[in-house]
Write a protein that binds this ligand. Structure first.
Ligand SMILES: C[S@@+](CC[C@H](N)C(=O)[O-])C[C@H]1O[C@@H](n2cnc3c(N)ncnc32)[C@H](O)[C@@H]1O
Length: 211
């Protein structure tokens, strides 16, 4: 995961991911509408600048890398989540994960600190005509809307940040699902599935827990 620009470990990987998505969803109108709208809204945004503005020289949790829609939907499938359930992305970035979820019958909520991503993600939702709630704030302090699945792209989250976050996760209702990347939670969380999945900067060990 790159700390200063959208993280792509080379053009071949990015192209491979795009072809993988096209093979799965290329015949679905929602995929084209989402990607066209996202391109229109985000084309002027320098993600590297956003990262530096919020994270300075050692961006830590503000490092940027994305979960492609194909991986986001695979996680929802693996978790056995029923359509209509609520998915909260803690640190939703450009919002493509929750937008993809919403376009496939889930209720998507994104929580993000950086307003630069949020306003554009809201505009994408409007363009594609899907309802997604985007909340601005700090995931460590803001009240989280009650959800069925809490998704955390945690690969770059530093140790102290994870320690604060896990205290919030421990307070969730029994039966809640928690998804992490490259982060094993302790015994209070029951590990349901562990799977290596593709993301924009390579692959991650994705873990799905229930409380
Ligand atoms: C690696 S990106 C993940 C984007 C998206 N979830 C995905 O998987 O495609 C992590 C996001 O967390 C956001 N973030 C970092 N610290 C945060 C905080 N304390 N509260 C809310 N969002 C935060 C960053 O701005 C960044 O957009």
């Amino acid at each position: 995961m790159s700390s200063s620009r959208p993280n792509v470990p080379g053009l071949p990987w990015a192209l491979g991911l795009t072809f993988y998505e096209l093979a799965k969803y290329g015949r679905s109108g929602w995929w084209w509408r989402l990607h066209w709208a996202a391109w229109r809204e985000f084309r002027g945004l320098d993600v590297g600048q956003v990262v530096r503005r919020h994270g300075g020289d050692s961006p830590g949790e503000f490092s940027y890398g994305e979960t492609p829609g194909v991986t986001f939907l695979e996680i929802l499938r693996l978790s056995g989540l029923k359509q209509g359930s609520t998915v909260l992305d803690l640190g939703s970035g450009r919002g493509l994960g929750v937008l993809t979820a919403a376009l496939n019958g889930y209720k998507g909520v994104g929580l993000e600190m950086a307003g630069e991503y949020l306003n554009r993600a809201r505009a994408v939702a409007q363009r594609v005509g899907v309802e997604v709630e985007f909340l601005q704030g700090d995931m460590l302090t803001l009240d989280w809307p009650e959800s069925h699945l809490y998704f955390i792209n945690s690969t770059a989250f530093p140790k102290a940040f994870r320690q604060s976050l896990v205290r919030r996760l421990e307070e969730l209702a029994p039966g809640s699902l928690v998804v992490t990347y490259d982060w094993a939670l302790h015994d209070g969380f029951k590990l349901l599935i562990e799977r290596r999945l593709p993301v924009t900067w390579g692959t991650v060990k994705c873990r799905i827990y229930s409380l």
